[in-house]
Write a protein of this length. Structure first.
Length: 202
């Protein structure tokens, strides 16, 4: 199972100029739509005197969650070029905003498409791609006789413990990469009378 995809480590800025117009570009790592919208609002306040605040974002392993916005530019001349440059690099969990200051000369549709593409190119050249993995929370309920096996598995695989309970029996909640889930389940399946494994939602 491929549980990894490319995103960016941190934000970056770029710039492109064409016939007096200035295109400021901003790239951000994002995890959800609300976060992306908040960043757009922040840039609108900071660059309140700009004519356009155009953007695109892509979320998730398969990049199926996305949105573009032309922000007053002719349809498909801003958001789509931004989106296409993000996808051409295979990136997700990312948003690019391009803030345009109009320079007095109209660029035409092809000129706008090229300008937003170049502005996006400039900022994406400055980001550091990083591989991101998908994780699941797994609760393992066990008898105390299985304590050593649990701790050995956690230590050998560097699995972070994000919750634990020790009463008459015990349980731990660990974070496991999706690609390792089957192996983890098989590890405990040999002793079902000692271990109960449950994948938690979310």
């Amino acid at each position: 199972m491929n549980d990894g995809y490319l995103t960016i480590r941190q934000s970056a800025t770029g710039i492109y100029k064409e016939k007096g117009s200035k295109f400021l570009s901003f790239a951000f790592p994002v995890n959800q739509e609300r976060e992306a919208l908040d960043l757009v609002d922040r840039l609108k306040k900071e660059y309140y005197d700009a004519r356009h605040h155009c953007y695109a974002w892509v979320l998730g392993r398969d990049g199926q969650i996305y949105r573009t916005h032309d922000a007053g530019e002719p349809r498909h001349t801003a958001g789509d070029p931004i989106l296409n440059q993000i996808r051409s690099r295979g990136l997700s969990d990312i948003m690019v905003v391009v803030v345009r200051y109009f320079g007095g000369t109209r660029l035409g549709k092809s000129g706008l498409i090229n300008a937003y593409k170049k502005a996006t190119d400039d900022v994406l050249e400055k980001v550091e791609p990083v591989e991101k993995f998908l994780y699941k929370k797994v609760r393992i309920h066990f008898r105390y006789a299985g304590m050593n096996d649990i701790m050995r598995l956690i230590d050998q695989n560097n699995l972070p413990i994000i919750g634990q309970s020790y009463e008459s029996d015990a349980s731990v909640v660990i974070s496991v990469r999706e690609s390792d889930l089957e192996r983890i389940q098989e590890y405990f399946a040999v002793s079902p009378h000692i271990f109960e494994v449950r994948i938690l939602p979310g």
